[in-house]
Design a protein around this ligand. Sequence first.
Ligand code: BMA
Length: 353
Amino acid sequence: MILQNDPFRGPKAVGELHSSPIMRRYAGNPILTAQDAPYPASYLFNAGVTRYRGRYYIAPRIDLLPENGKAPMQSICTGFGTSDDGIHFTLEKEPLKVFYRGKALPWVCDARLTVLEEELYLAFCFENCHSERPGIARWEGGTDFRVVTLGIPQQRNMVLFPEKINGRYMRLERPAVQYGDRFHIWYSFSPDLRYWGESDLLLGCEDVPFANVKIGAGPAPVRTERGWLLIFHAVDDDPKRAAPLPRGTMWSRRYTFGAALFDSDDPTRLTAITRTPLMVAEKDYETGSGGYEIWVRDTLFPCGAVLEEDGRLRIYYGAGDSCVCLAETTLSELWSVMTPASRLADTATVPFR
Ligand code: BMA
């Protein structure tokens, strides 16, 4: 539903966008594809990545489409693997399982990994006959995770902070709304990781000049000397771009990503943002040119970030809903492209005008 009297309605079309020169793509991209899965897979992308106990862990979304010949219908799962260098990952023989009331949840996808209090957590979305829901699960060893909490529909892009904030756990989520035509990032607090509340708006779609449809949290926020750094995806739509995807669906959207900074002591308070994207699909493995077969063009979807001890920030992103790629920058370069900012809506209770 489009609200005509919405004071935050932005421009209809965002226009041309380019990647920032501060981002360096890894020359060996993509770092992980469907061919690396030890079981049937059509596309492997959107991977949560973190460093835990001296190793890198990865949890990529893996889709199997019927035309692969081995599946009667599309299915989605999440792989799980490790690496010593953050570039060469080996996946476990089976996808990960997220147990809830004795059963593994179906279609777990778009995972983010967080190390919190020395434990490894998976924040995820799962899809089923009663819609999409988010959840958080704790690793139990092998490929097993156990649910700690599940949210209600319709939400995706749940992300857990790696530390307590003033004595409470904090998470981000992205509810889907039928009210208004844009989706925003929200936050909640919890005393125990299980019960969540005090939910409020973190960042509005209107705060991101290169989004006109939705935004969502990317990897788990990273603590820096300037505050909490959040890499987020931004979606803009332009009907002029409408053209079919390889499987026929019309597609006129574009997923790019940027960065926002939040106050160290109060991460609900925005302090700075990139007013243009950090990255936009440009390389063949991101656009589907040059013989690369991709599923959804113009789509970059970051789910992993690792701040190395030498100041390099590694960002892991899904490209074209088809593969996992890596790009790097440094915090000092990031500060040079961020602008001081505060949220346009000072509360999440602004009346219609
Ligand atoms: C979102 C999610 C992501 C996907 C993106 C682009 O809604 O489903 O997994 O990468 O769309 O297709």
